[in-house]
Design a protein around this ligand. Sequence first.
Ligand SMILES: Cc1cc2nc3c(=O)[nH]c(=O)nc-3n(C[C@H](O)[C@H](O)[C@H](O)COP(=O)(O)OP(=O)(O)OC[C@H]3O[C@@H](n4cnc5c(N)ncnc54)[C@H](O)[C@@H]3O)c2cc1C
Ligand code: FES
Length: 360
Amino acid sequence: MTFLTPIIVLSSVCLVLGILLVLADKFLADYGECKFVINGEKEFTVRGGSTILSYLSANRIFIPSACGGKTTCGLCKGRVVTDIGPLLPTERPFMSKEEVADNTRLLCQVKVKKDTEIFIPEEYFLVKEFMSEVISIEPLSHDTKLFRFKLLDPAEIKFKPGQFVQFRIPKAGEERAYSVASCPNNSGCIELIVRLVPGGLCTTFMFNKLKVGDSIYLTGPYGDFYLREETEDPIICVAGGSGSAPVRSIITYLREKKSERKIISFYGGRTPKDIYFTEHYAEVAKDLKNLTHIPAISEPEDGDGWNGETGLITEPMERHLGDLSNYEAYMCGPPAMLHFCTLLLKKHGIDENRIYFDEF
Ligand SMILES: Cc1cc2nc3c(=O)[nH]c(=O)nc-3n(C[C@H](O)[C@H](O)[C@H](O)COP(=O)(O)OP(=O)(O)OC[C@H]3O[C@@H](n4cnc5c(N)ncnc54)[C@H](O)[C@@H]3O)c2cc1C
Ligand code: FES
Protein backbone atom coordinates (compact mmCIF):
# COMPACT_ATOMS: atom_id res chain seq x y z
CA MET A 1 0.00 0.00 0.00
CA THR A 2 1.48 3.38 -0.98
CA PHE A 3 0.52 6.89 0.09
CA LEU A 4 -1.38 7.11 -3.23
CA THR A 5 -3.81 4.28 -2.33
CA PRO A 6 -6.33 6.40 -0.32
CA ILE A 7 -6.33 9.02 -3.11
CA ILE A 8 -7.01 6.34 -5.73
CA VAL A 9 -9.82 4.83 -3.60
CA LEU A 10 -11.40 8.25 -2.98
CA SER A 11 -11.18 9.20 -6.68
CA SER A 12 -12.78 5.87 -7.67
CA VAL A 13 -15.64 6.34 -5.18
CA CYS A 14 -16.24 9.90 -6.49
CA LEU A 15 -16.19 8.62 -10.08
CA VAL A 16 -18.72 5.86 -9.32
CA LEU A 17 -20.97 8.31 -7.42
CA GLY A 18 -20.72 10.76 -10.34
CA ILE A 19 -21.71 8.05 -12.84
CA LEU A 20 -24.63 6.95 -10.60
CA LEU A 21 -25.87 10.55 -10.36
CA VAL A 22 -25.73 10.97 -14.16
CA LEU A 23 -27.56 7.65 -14.69
CA ALA A 24 -30.20 8.50 -12.03
CA ASP A 25 -30.75 11.91 -13.70
CA LYS A 26 -31.07 10.25 -17.12
CA PHE A 27 -33.34 7.34 -16.26
CA LEU A 28 -35.16 8.16 -12.98
CA ALA A 29 -35.68 11.93 -12.91
CA ASP A 30 -39.01 13.10 -14.31
CA TYR A 31 -39.15 16.83 -14.86
CA GLY A 32 -42.62 16.68 -16.43
CA GLU A 33 -43.80 19.21 -19.01
CA CYS A 34 -41.86 22.46 -19.09
CA LYS A 35 -42.47 25.75 -20.90
CA PHE A 36 -39.52 26.59 -23.16
CA VAL A 37 -39.42 30.19 -24.44
CA ILE A 38 -36.99 31.52 -27.06
CA ASN A 39 -36.28 35.26 -27.45
CA GLY A 40 -39.55 36.08 -25.69
CA GLU A 41 -41.54 35.13 -28.81
CA LYS A 42 -41.39 31.41 -29.61
CA GLU A 43 -42.90 29.16 -26.97
CA PHE A 44 -42.89 25.34 -26.84
CA THR A 45 -44.03 22.78 -24.31
CA VAL A 46 -41.35 20.12 -23.91
CA ARG A 47 -40.83 17.03 -21.77
CA GLY A 48 -38.00 18.14 -19.43
CA GLY A 49 -34.71 16.29 -19.06
CA SER A 50 -32.86 16.89 -22.35
CA THR A 51 -30.38 19.54 -23.40
CA ILE A 52 -31.51 22.91 -24.71
CA LEU A 53 -29.62 22.18 -27.95
CA SER A 54 -31.70 19.05 -28.56
CA TYR A 55 -35.00 20.94 -28.07
CA LEU A 56 -33.83 23.63 -30.48
CA SER A 57 -32.95 21.16 -33.23
CA ALA A 58 -36.14 19.16 -32.58
CA ASN A 59 -38.01 22.39 -33.31
CA ARG A 60 -35.87 23.02 -36.41
CA ILE A 61 -33.98 25.94 -34.91
CA PHE A 62 -30.39 25.26 -35.94
CA ILE A 63 -27.58 26.84 -33.97
CA PRO A 64 -23.84 26.33 -34.52
CA SER A 65 -22.83 23.11 -32.76
CA ALA A 66 -19.77 21.90 -34.62
CA CYS A 67 -18.62 19.22 -32.16
CA GLY A 68 -22.01 17.60 -31.59
CA GLY A 69 -21.96 18.35 -27.83
CA LYS A 70 -18.41 17.15 -27.08
CA THR A 71 -17.52 20.63 -25.70
CA THR A 72 -14.64 21.15 -28.07
CA CYS A 73 -16.15 23.84 -30.33
CA GLY A 74 -17.77 26.22 -27.81
CA LEU A 75 -20.04 27.54 -30.57
CA CYS A 76 -23.48 26.63 -29.15
CA LYS A 77 -23.84 29.70 -26.97
CA GLY A 78 -27.06 31.29 -25.82
CA ARG A 79 -28.19 33.44 -22.87
CA VAL A 80 -30.30 31.51 -20.37
CA VAL A 81 -32.47 33.90 -18.36
CA THR A 82 -33.87 31.27 -15.99
CA ASP A 83 -31.68 30.23 -13.06
CA ILE A 84 -30.56 26.75 -14.12
CA GLY A 85 -27.64 26.39 -11.74
CA PRO A 86 -23.97 27.32 -11.88
CA LEU A 87 -21.68 27.21 -14.89
CA LEU A 88 -20.35 23.67 -15.45
CA PRO A 89 -16.60 22.98 -15.58
CA THR A 90 -17.06 21.92 -19.22
CA GLU A 91 -18.47 25.36 -20.09
CA ARG A 92 -15.97 27.55 -18.21
CA PRO A 93 -13.06 27.48 -20.73
CA PHE A 94 -15.29 28.96 -23.46
CA MET A 95 -16.72 31.87 -21.47
CA SER A 96 -15.43 35.43 -21.17
CA LYS A 97 -16.10 37.41 -17.97
CA GLU A 98 -18.87 39.32 -19.77
CA GLU A 99 -20.51 36.09 -20.91
CA VAL A 100 -20.43 34.64 -17.38
CA ALA A 101 -22.00 37.87 -16.08
CA ASP A 102 -24.87 37.79 -18.59
CA ASN A 103 -25.63 34.04 -18.08
CA THR A 104 -24.34 32.85 -21.45
CA ARG A 105 -24.25 29.05 -21.46
CA LEU A 106 -23.26 26.22 -23.79
CA LEU A 107 -26.67 24.99 -24.89
CA CYS A 108 -25.40 21.45 -25.51
CA GLN A 109 -24.49 21.21 -21.82
CA VAL A 110 -27.49 22.58 -19.97
CA LYS A 111 -30.81 20.80 -19.60
CA VAL A 112 -34.39 21.96 -19.35
CA LYS A 113 -35.58 20.86 -15.88
CA LYS A 114 -38.23 23.54 -15.30
CA ASP A 115 -39.83 26.39 -17.27
CA THR A 116 -36.88 27.91 -19.12
CA GLU A 117 -36.33 31.08 -21.13
CA ILE A 118 -33.37 31.65 -23.44
CA PHE A 119 -32.09 34.26 -25.89
CA ILE A 120 -30.16 33.40 -29.05
CA PRO A 121 -28.98 35.66 -31.91
CA GLU A 122 -31.87 36.47 -34.27
CA GLU A 123 -29.85 35.34 -37.32
CA TYR A 124 -30.09 31.73 -36.11
CA PHE A 125 -33.76 31.79 -37.15
CA LEU A 126 -32.54 32.18 -40.76
CA VAL A 127 -30.47 29.00 -40.67
CA LYS A 128 -32.02 26.24 -42.77
CA GLU A 129 -31.59 22.53 -43.23
CA PHE A 130 -30.74 21.49 -46.83
CA MET A 131 -31.10 18.09 -48.43
CA SER A 132 -28.22 17.79 -50.88
CA GLU A 133 -26.61 15.32 -53.24
CA VAL A 134 -22.87 14.72 -53.56
CA ILE A 135 -22.02 15.52 -57.19
CA SER A 136 -18.23 15.24 -57.15
CA ILE A 137 -15.27 14.40 -54.93
CA GLU A 138 -11.80 15.55 -56.05
CA PRO A 139 -8.45 15.02 -54.35
CA LEU A 140 -6.54 18.28 -53.84
CA SER A 141 -3.54 16.91 -51.95
CA HIS A 142 -2.39 13.82 -50.03
CA ASP A 143 -4.85 14.52 -47.18
CA THR A 144 -7.38 17.01 -48.57
CA LYS A 145 -10.39 16.67 -50.86
CA LEU A 146 -12.90 18.99 -52.44
CA PHE A 147 -16.50 17.81 -52.01
CA ARG A 148 -19.23 19.35 -54.19
CA PHE A 149 -22.92 19.18 -53.17
CA LYS A 150 -25.94 20.11 -55.27
CA LEU A 151 -28.69 21.55 -53.06
CA LEU A 152 -32.03 19.81 -53.66
CA ASP A 153 -34.44 21.05 -50.99
CA PRO A 154 -34.33 23.98 -50.59
CA ALA A 155 -32.48 24.32 -53.87
CA GLU A 156 -30.64 27.54 -53.02
CA ILE A 157 -28.67 28.94 -50.10
CA LYS A 158 -27.85 32.54 -49.28
CA PHE A 159 -24.56 33.04 -47.47
CA LYS A 160 -21.70 35.50 -47.20
CA PRO A 161 -18.23 34.49 -48.43
CA GLY A 162 -16.37 33.14 -45.37
CA GLN A 163 -19.37 31.60 -43.57
CA PHE A 164 -19.68 27.90 -42.78
CA VAL A 165 -22.24 25.11 -42.98
CA GLN A 166 -22.60 21.98 -40.86
CA PHE A 167 -22.39 18.51 -42.39
CA ARG A 168 -24.61 15.89 -40.70
CA ILE A 169 -22.95 12.49 -40.52
CA PRO A 170 -25.58 9.93 -41.61
CA LYS A 171 -26.63 7.47 -38.87
CA ALA A 172 -24.34 9.12 -36.26
CA GLY A 173 -26.51 12.26 -36.51
CA GLU A 174 -23.58 14.41 -35.27
CA GLU A 175 -22.60 17.51 -37.20
CA ARG A 176 -19.26 19.11 -38.02
CA ALA A 177 -18.56 22.63 -39.28
CA TYR A 178 -17.03 23.24 -42.73
CA SER A 179 -16.41 26.65 -44.27
CA VAL A 180 -17.96 27.03 -47.67
CA ALA A 181 -15.20 27.13 -50.29
CA SER A 182 -17.40 28.15 -53.23
CA CYS A 183 -18.81 31.49 -54.33
CA PRO A 184 -22.18 32.62 -52.89
CA ASN A 185 -23.29 33.59 -56.41
CA ASN A 186 -23.44 29.88 -57.21
CA SER A 187 -26.33 29.49 -54.77
CA GLY A 188 -27.42 26.01 -55.89
CA CYS A 189 -24.13 24.36 -55.01
CA ILE A 190 -21.84 24.13 -52.00
CA GLU A 191 -18.16 23.19 -52.16
CA LEU A 192 -16.24 22.08 -49.06
CA ILE A 193 -12.49 21.56 -48.71
CA VAL A 194 -11.94 18.91 -46.07
CA ARG A 195 -8.68 17.74 -44.55
CA LEU A 196 -8.58 14.20 -43.17
CA VAL A 197 -8.16 14.05 -39.38
CA PRO A 198 -6.85 10.53 -38.68
CA GLY A 199 -9.43 8.72 -36.55
CA GLY A 200 -11.88 11.61 -36.86
CA LEU A 201 -15.54 10.62 -37.05
CA CYS A 202 -16.71 12.93 -39.82
CA THR A 203 -13.60 13.14 -41.99
CA THR A 204 -13.10 9.35 -41.93
CA PHE A 205 -16.71 8.98 -43.07
CA MET A 206 -16.27 11.58 -45.81
CA PHE A 207 -13.01 10.11 -47.10
CA ASN A 208 -13.86 6.40 -46.82
CA LYS A 209 -17.61 6.05 -47.23
CA LEU A 210 -19.13 9.10 -48.90
CA LYS A 211 -19.65 8.71 -52.65
CA VAL A 212 -21.10 10.60 -55.58
CA GLY A 213 -24.91 10.31 -55.58
CA ASP A 214 -25.23 10.08 -51.77
CA SER A 215 -27.81 12.26 -50.01
CA ILE A 216 -26.54 14.47 -47.22
CA TYR A 217 -28.14 16.99 -44.86
CA LEU A 218 -26.34 20.30 -44.47
CA THR A 219 -27.43 23.17 -42.22
CA GLY A 220 -26.38 26.79 -42.47
CA PRO A 221 -25.25 29.42 -43.03
CA TYR A 222 -23.42 30.15 -39.77
CA GLY A 223 -20.72 32.46 -38.49
CA ASP A 224 -19.58 36.05 -38.25
CA PHE A 225 -16.38 35.44 -40.24
CA TYR A 226 -17.27 36.86 -43.64
CA LEU A 227 -16.08 39.46 -46.15
CA ARG A 228 -16.93 43.04 -45.14
CA GLU A 229 -18.06 45.03 -48.17
CA GLU A 230 -18.58 48.51 -46.72
CA THR A 231 -15.21 49.71 -48.03
CA GLU A 232 -12.86 49.07 -50.95
CA ASP A 233 -9.86 48.89 -48.62
CA PRO A 234 -7.06 46.42 -49.38
CA ILE A 235 -7.18 42.92 -47.90
CA ILE A 236 -4.71 40.45 -46.41
CA CYS A 237 -5.84 36.80 -46.42
CA VAL A 238 -3.94 34.20 -44.41
CA ALA A 239 -4.77 30.49 -44.44
CA GLY A 240 -3.17 27.41 -42.95
CA GLY A 241 -4.26 23.85 -43.80
CA SER A 242 -7.99 23.52 -44.45
CA GLY A 243 -8.29 27.24 -43.62
CA SER A 244 -7.97 27.75 -47.37
CA ALA A 245 -11.70 27.06 -47.84
CA PRO A 246 -13.23 30.39 -46.71
CA VAL A 247 -10.39 32.34 -48.34
CA ARG A 248 -11.19 30.64 -51.66
CA SER A 249 -14.83 31.67 -51.27
CA ILE A 250 -13.86 35.29 -50.55
CA ILE A 251 -11.42 35.52 -53.48
CA THR A 252 -13.76 33.79 -55.95
CA TYR A 253 -16.54 36.16 -54.92
CA LEU A 254 -14.30 39.22 -55.41
CA ARG A 255 -13.28 37.87 -58.84
CA GLU A 256 -16.92 37.51 -59.94
CA LYS A 257 -17.65 40.99 -58.60
CA LYS A 258 -14.73 42.32 -60.72
CA SER A 259 -13.39 43.91 -57.57
CA GLU A 260 -10.41 46.23 -57.78
CA ARG A 261 -9.47 45.76 -54.13
CA LYS A 262 -5.84 44.90 -53.55
CA ILE A 263 -5.58 41.35 -52.13
CA ILE A 264 -2.46 39.69 -50.71
CA SER A 265 -3.16 36.06 -49.92
CA PHE A 266 -0.76 33.83 -47.94
CA TYR A 267 -1.19 30.08 -47.73
CA GLY A 268 1.00 27.98 -45.44
CA GLY A 269 1.73 24.25 -45.45
CA ARG A 270 4.51 22.11 -44.01
CA THR A 271 5.88 20.53 -47.22
CA PRO A 272 5.25 20.97 -50.97
CA LYS A 273 2.68 18.15 -50.88
CA ASP A 274 0.46 20.31 -48.62
CA ILE A 275 0.25 23.07 -51.22
CA TYR A 276 -2.64 23.11 -53.70
CA PHE A 277 -4.54 25.73 -55.74
CA THR A 278 -1.33 27.43 -56.93
CA GLU A 279 -2.42 27.10 -60.57
CA HIS A 280 -6.00 27.96 -59.65
CA TYR A 281 -4.91 31.28 -58.12
CA ALA A 282 -2.60 32.00 -61.09
CA GLU A 283 -5.71 31.65 -63.28
CA VAL A 284 -7.81 33.83 -60.91
CA ALA A 285 -5.09 36.51 -60.95
CA LYS A 286 -5.64 36.94 -64.73
CA ASP A 287 -9.07 38.44 -63.89
CA LEU A 288 -8.29 39.81 -60.45
CA LYS A 289 -5.33 41.97 -61.41
CA ASN A 290 -4.68 43.16 -57.85
CA LEU A 291 -4.37 39.64 -56.39
CA THR A 292 -1.02 38.33 -55.17
CA HIS A 293 -1.09 34.74 -53.91
CA ILE A 294 1.92 33.57 -51.89
CA PRO A 295 2.16 29.90 -50.89
CA ALA A 296 4.89 28.99 -48.39
CA ILE A 297 6.21 25.85 -46.74
CA SER A 298 7.69 25.62 -43.27
CA GLU A 299 9.75 22.40 -43.69
CA PRO A 300 11.69 22.63 -46.98
CA GLU A 301 14.05 19.79 -47.78
CA ASP A 302 16.87 19.37 -50.31
CA GLY A 303 15.49 17.89 -53.48
CA ASP A 304 11.83 18.58 -52.72
CA GLY A 305 11.60 20.74 -55.86
CA TRP A 306 10.19 23.75 -53.98
CA ASN A 307 11.26 27.13 -55.37
CA GLY A 308 8.81 29.28 -53.45
CA GLU A 309 8.71 30.99 -50.08
CA THR A 310 9.81 29.14 -46.95
CA GLY A 311 9.42 29.55 -43.20
CA LEU A 312 6.49 29.71 -40.82
CA ILE A 313 3.79 31.79 -42.51
CA THR A 314 4.74 34.86 -40.45
CA GLU A 315 8.18 34.88 -42.13
CA PRO A 316 7.01 35.42 -45.75
CA MET A 317 4.39 37.79 -44.36
CA GLU A 318 7.15 39.84 -42.71
CA ARG A 319 9.10 39.84 -46.00
CA HIS A 320 6.16 41.02 -48.14
CA LEU A 321 4.16 43.36 -45.92
CA GLY A 322 4.72 47.04 -45.28
CA ASP A 323 2.42 49.55 -43.65
CA LEU A 324 -1.01 47.94 -43.19
CA SER A 325 -2.86 50.79 -41.53
CA ASN A 326 -5.62 50.89 -44.19
CA TYR A 327 -5.92 47.07 -44.59
CA GLU A 328 -8.39 44.54 -43.26
CA ALA A 329 -7.41 40.92 -42.64
CA TYR A 330 -9.21 37.58 -43.03
CA MET A 331 -7.43 34.64 -41.43
CA CYS A 332 -8.25 30.99 -40.99
CA GLY A 333 -6.19 28.21 -39.44
CA PRO A 334 -4.97 26.76 -36.15
CA PRO A 335 -5.11 29.00 -33.02
CA ALA A 336 -1.31 29.28 -32.59
CA MET A 337 -0.85 30.41 -36.21
CA LEU A 338 -3.62 33.00 -35.84
CA HIS A 339 -2.08 34.30 -32.62
CA PHE A 340 1.33 34.98 -34.18
CA CYS A 341 -0.17 36.38 -37.40
CA THR A 342 -2.30 38.78 -35.35
CA LEU A 343 0.77 40.04 -33.46
CA LEU A 344 2.57 40.60 -36.76
CA LEU A 345 -0.36 42.39 -38.43
CA LYS A 346 -0.74 44.68 -35.41
CA LYS A 347 2.99 45.45 -35.54
CA HIS A 348 2.42 46.56 -39.16
CA GLY A 349 -0.28 48.99 -38.06
CA ILE A 350 -3.53 47.17 -38.84
CA ASP A 351 -6.52 48.09 -36.67
CA GLU A 352 -7.24 45.07 -34.42
CA ASN A 353 -10.99 45.51 -35.02
CA ARG A 354 -10.39 44.87 -38.72
CA ILE A 355 -8.78 41.46 -38.20
CA TYR A 356 -11.43 38.79 -38.77
CA PHE A 357 -10.70 35.11 -38.19
CA ASP A 358 -12.06 31.59 -37.75
CA GLU A 359 -9.99 29.11 -35.75
CA PHE A 360 -9.85 25.44 -36.72
C1 LIG B 1 -16.11 27.31 -37.98
C2 LIG B 1 -15.35 26.05 -38.40
C3 LIG B 1 -15.08 25.85 -39.74
C4 LIG B 1 -14.38 24.70 -40.12
N1 LIG B 1 -14.08 24.54 -41.44
C5 LIG B 1 -13.36 23.46 -41.84
C6 LIG B 1 -13.01 23.29 -43.22
O1 LIG B 1 -13.35 24.10 -44.10
N2 LIG B 1 -12.29 22.18 -43.56
C7 LIG B 1 -11.89 21.24 -42.61
O2 LIG B 1 -11.24 20.24 -43.00
N3 LIG B 1 -12.20 21.39 -41.31
C8 LIG B 1 -12.95 22.46 -40.90
N4 LIG B 1 -13.30 22.60 -39.58
C9 LIG B 1 -12.97 21.48 -38.64
C10 LIG B 1 -14.11 20.46 -38.69
O3 LIG B 1 -15.29 21.04 -38.16
C11 LIG B 1 -13.83 19.20 -37.85
O4 LIG B 1 -13.47 19.58 -36.55
C12 LIG B 1 -12.74 18.34 -38.44
O5 LIG B 1 -13.03 17.99 -39.78
C13 LIG B 1 -12.56 17.04 -37.62
O6 LIG B 1 -13.80 16.36 -37.57
P1 LIG B 1 -13.85 14.79 -37.31
O7 LIG B 1 -15.24 14.44 -36.96
O8 LIG B 1 -13.19 14.05 -38.43
O9 LIG B 1 -12.92 14.61 -36.02
P2 LIG B 1 -13.45 14.37 -34.53
O10 LIG B 1 -14.01 13.00 -34.41
O11 LIG B 1 -14.30 15.53 -34.13
O12 LIG B 1 -12.07 14.49 -33.75
C14 LIG B 1 -11.18 13.38 -33.62
C15 LIG B 1 -9.96 13.84 -32.83
O13 LIG B 1 -9.19 14.73 -33.63
C16 LIG B 1 -9.01 15.99 -32.98
N5 LIG B 1 -9.16 17.01 -34.03
C17 LIG B 1 -10.31 17.55 -34.48
N6 LIG B 1 -10.06 18.43 -35.48
C18 LIG B 1 -8.72 18.43 -35.66
C19 LIG B 1 -7.86 19.10 -36.55
N7 LIG B 1 -8.33 19.99 -37.47
N8 LIG B 1 -6.53 18.83 -36.48
C20 LIG B 1 -6.05 17.94 -35.59
N9 LIG B 1 -6.82 17.26 -34.70
C21 LIG B 1 -8.13 17.50 -34.73
C22 LIG B 1 -10.13 16.07 -31.96
O14 LIG B 1 -9.75 16.88 -30.84
C23 LIG B 1 -10.31 14.61 -31.56
O15 LIG B 1 -9.38 14.26 -30.58
C24 LIG B 1 -13.97 23.74 -39.16
C25 LIG B 1 -14.28 23.95 -37.81
C26 LIG B 1 -14.93 25.09 -37.43
C27 LIG B 1 -15.23 25.31 -35.97
S1 FES C 1 -19.59 22.92 -27.39
FE1 FES C 1 -19.73 22.10 -29.38
S2 FES C 1 -21.85 21.77 -29.60
FE2 FES C 1 -21.69 22.64 -27.65
